[in-house]
Design a protein around this ligand. Structure first.
Ligand code: PEP
Ligand code: MG
Length: 330
């Protein structure tokens, strides 16, 4: 089995009818880089940058960030790398927060100052991170991703800061790519998903984060054991939001990917492809099995299957359909 999955590495991620599917890796710490190469990922679809800010007394300065991004981009060569700016707050490890970043406290941190909201409140943090990324952007194929967007104007505000930082760097004589790296939005709240058509006018690409999208849609924190059984990305509400956001992007021919846990489950590949998605980012270790699933599927079958799933109202029934389809195609 391992040898068979290993051989997959050199084979293309493409369906039986020849549709290419981009399979990328999520990266949490640079130590995972060798796993990415081993898995045959087509780049990094989600580089979480929280590691840079954790377990330290002070904030990493711009130069320290430059070195971290440089190492990752050099390891990835010309494979695309999507760098997400700091997503602090919520369930993330706030204890380890570096001095100088406001800790979201409040009665409900998940609904408070987290992700892009925090960065817009402390624009100096965002400016430094943008600057560090821009300074190494010429080394590879970079995209920048904004976490926890809920309002289109947040993306517009971030873009203003982004372009201001780029102008300042150019004046200073830094060699920036002629065309700035695309600036995208995470779609990981129900509000963002339902406003996806408006957010699409401000963003260059979407990354659908199914972990937070499921939590916020169903009002379930996975860490709360009493309600963990209700945490289900196959709930029709979550799937409809994903469908709405995906279609908003596809109408504008704007790139859209899924980068939550869902993307790494081979049994869910038919549904995701059937919804029109062609780009999935996951833990590197999931890539071989997901690729195997992609290579066993026909897009028209997937589309029919997705239509059937989207008619269902019961998450349990959807889970059964997913199992049945997986059993038939493997
Ligand atoms: C998500 O919410 O699905 C996501 C990919 O982001 P994170 O898991 O880092 O919150
Ligand atoms: Mg998230």
């Amino acid at each position: 089995e391992r040898a068979r999955l290993g051989k997959l590495k050199t084979l293309p991620a493409e369906t039986l009818d020849g549709q290419a599917v981009e399979l990328q890796a999520n990266l949490e710490i640079p130590a995972e880089l060798p796993l990415i190469a081993e898995a045959g990922a087509q780049g990094i679809g989600l580089l979480r940058t929280e590691f840079l800010f954790m377990n330290r007394e002070d904030l990493p300065d711009e130069d320290a960030q430059v070195e971290a991004y440089r190492g990752i981009l050099e390891a990835m060569g010309q494979d695309p790398v999507t760098i997400r700016v700091l997503d602090w707050g919520g369930e993330k490890d706030m204890e380890a927060l570096a001095e100088g970043v406001p800790v979201p406290t409040g009665p409900n941190p998940a609904l408070g100052l987290r992700g892009l909201r925090l960065l817009l409140k402390r624009p100096a943090l965002l400016e430094e991170q943008f600057a560090a990324i821009l300074r190494v952007a010429h080394l590879g194929q970079v995209r920048i991703l904004l976490p926890m967007v809920t309002v289109p104007s947040e993306v517009a505000q971030a873009r203003e800061i982004y372009e201001r930082v780029a102008r300042r760097l150019r004046r200073r004589g830094e060699s920036l790519p002629e065309k700035l790296p695309p600036l995208g939005a995470m779609i990981e709240t129900p509000g963002a998903a339902l406003a996806a058509d408006a957010i699409a006018l401000e963003a260059d690409f979407f990354a659908i984060g199914t972990n937070d999208l499921t939590m916020y849609t169903l009002a379930v924190d996975r860490a709360e054991i009493d309600v963990a059984h209700l945490y289900d990305p196959l709930h029709p509400a979550v799937l409809r939001l994903m469908q709405f956001a995906t279609e908003a992007a596809l109408r504008l021919r704007m790139p859209v990917s899924v980068c939550g846990e869902m993307a790494g489950n081979p049994k869910l590949v038919p549904l995701l492809l059937g919804l029109g998605l062609r780009s999935l980012s996951m833990n590197a270790s999931s890539i071989p099995r997901v690729k195997q699933a992609v290579r066993s599927l026909d897009i028209d079958d997937c589309a029919r299957f997705a239509r059937r799933v989207m008619e269902q109202s019961d998450p349990k029934r959807i889970a059964e359909l997913v199992e049945e389809f997986a059993a038939r195609t493997n």
